[in-house]
Design a protein around this ligand. Structure first.
Ligand SMILES: *Cc1c(COP(=O)(O)O)cnc(C)c1O
Length: 482
């Protein structure tokens, strides 16, 4: 070939050389981070500075330092002091399956463009269906993220339950869904995309532990119905994102059945508890759901983005984007499971199924039990540590590995405490040793942690509280002197 750039880009020997070097760099990275020896989890820089650096690097940067530079300038999820967002420190083997997927690049929309990963996707989703307590006719697929999966589930729900065929005829009667006010914002967004507007999102208040208040369901349903809204679905969070509180899925399932609603469970974070012997009870009732979302990149050690959407009645997953009526599909003898794009929002998607399958093949599903149980245990441990310390207050007792709390001082007003906690979190970010996040719930500013790393110990969490107290003291001292 006479194109020099293409020749270089496709050189197998160049790939081999760079690959070996990169694996060594990443393995060293893992070794250093997992041991907790690293000084920082994040070397925080202002966005504008980072933008300037990378603009400059493209012109004058040394190519040989590209990968190491990216490594240095990201947040290190394998560091046990990374206790922020709900994103998993990937099982390293899935970095290798990620590489396979990137190189082979089978698009997965049709069977011929991804034979193995399409068949593997069926194996993986059937395994998940079985764990949910579903039946032989249950089916699922993998898709790009919990947000898209929730939207897809609501589209399926509307197709199955709404009195009019919106997919064919366009919008008619005002439709609505019921969901906890603490549900992930993507449910709200999905409902707005589907054209329901604010009035079609019936937000149910939560109890003191931030789980949905099921005693409100009947009254809210009746009010909405009286106002002419046809409610077709109810969504349970397992758990909700901010505080990690699980909704009562048994009660929601019962309510859905009574009113002939679609019952969807957003288990993006904690659906993986189906694997935990110790914590399976948190999702009791999940088998009542018509559809369930589970994010592999949250509680199952897989890289972003790897999400499963599972349907109790597999046929309903074929109806979502189909022009045909449900009953025709239901009678289809030859279910076209292997042409995945008929059921997914995406056309092309990544070969995400191979991450899941490889973990199962190499370690077995027991690894998911170990992972979820270890992290939920650590969430409880952290809750107990916080409760023992008079300088801190929990938003609610942790039900999983999400822990929301704040620094408190009896003498301070709510506003002062809110800005103090926001300040603490900013100072922690700038210091970079620990990485935690924050959230506002009902006007109260909380520090928010998610323990995602199985190497995070009680000692790390104790140290985090010490650092927070230190920062609080410094901030209060500065407040006094101005
Ligand atoms: C994270 C999360 C989502 C969004 O999932 P993505 O994979 O980030 O799109 C939805 N619902 C809940 C409960 C979540 O925790």
């Amino acid at each position: 070939m006479k194109n020099p750039l293409l020749t270089a880009a496709y050189s197998p020997e160049d790939f081999r050389k760079r690959g070996h070097l990169l694996i060594d760099v990443l393995a060293d990275h893992l070794k250093e981070k997992l041991s907790g020896g690293a000084e920082k989890t994040i070397d925080w820089k202002l966005p504008e500075a980072e933008y300037a650096l990378w603009t400059e690097f493209l012109i004058n940067g040394n190519e040989s330092s590209l990968f190491s530079n990216i490594l240095e300038r990201t947040t290190h999820v394998h560091n046990p002091k990374c206790i922020g967002h709900q994103i998993t420190p990937t099982a390293p083997i899935t970095a290798l399956t990620g590489m396979i997927g990137s190189l082979l690049n089978n698009g997965m929309a049709v069977y011929e463009m991804g034979m193995a990963p399409s068949a593997i996707e069926r194996v993986v989703t059937e395994m998940l269906c079985k764990k949910l307590g579903y039946t032989d006719t249950s089916r699922g697929f993998l898709t790009s993220g919990g947000t898209l999966a929730n939207l897809t589930a609501l589209l399926s729900a509307r197709k199955a339950k709404a009195s009019e065929n919106i997919w064919k005829e366009g919008s008619g009667k005002p439709l609505g869904i019921m969901v906890s006010e603490e549900a992930h914002y993507c449910i709200d967004r999905a409902a707005r995309i589907m054209g329901f507007g604010e009035k079609g999102i019936i937000k149910i208040p939560v109890k003191a532990d931030f789980s949905i208040d099921t005693s409100e369901l009947e009254a809210r349903f009746n009010t909405a119905s009286t106002n002419g809204i046809e409610i077709f679905a109810i969504i349970g969070s397992a758990p909700c994102t901010a505080t990690g509180s699980y909704d009562d899925l048994q009660a929601l399932g019962k309510f859905a059945k009574k009113h002939n609603l679609w019952f969807h469970v957003d288990g993006a974070h904690g659906g993986a508890a189906i694997f935990s012997k110790k914590y399976r009870h948190t999702v009791s009732g999940i088998s009542l759901a018509d559809s369930v979302v589970i994010d592999g990149h949250k509680m199952m050690m897989l890289p972003a983005i790897t999400t499963a959407l599972l349907f109790k009645n597999g046929n309903q997953s074929y109806a979502t984007f189909s022009q045909k009526a449900d009953y025709l599909l239901g009678q289809s003898e030859d279910e076209d499971w292997y042409n995945l794009a008929k059921r997914t929002f995406e056309c092309t998607k990544t070969m995400m199924s191979i991450h899941w399958y490889t973990i199962l093949k190499i370690y077995g599903e027991g690894i998911f039990d170990e992972y979820v149980s270890q992290l939920y245990d650590m969430g409880k441990t952290f809750g107990a540590i916080i409760q023992q310390n008079p300088h801190f207050e929990l938003a609610t007792k942790p039900q999983c590995n999400i822990v929301c709390f704040r620094y408190v001082d009896m003498a301070m007003s709510l506003d002062t405490l809110n800005s103090l906690n926001a300040n603490i979190r900013q100072k922690l970010l700038e210091a970079g040793e620990f990485y935690i996040v924050q959230t506002q719930i009902k006007g109260i500013h909380y520090l928010r942690t998610t323990i995602m790393n199985p190497f995070t110990t009680g000692d790390h969490l104790q140290l985090l509280l010490e650092k927070i107290q230190q920062k609080a003291k410094e901030i209060i001292k500065n407040m006094m002197t101005v």
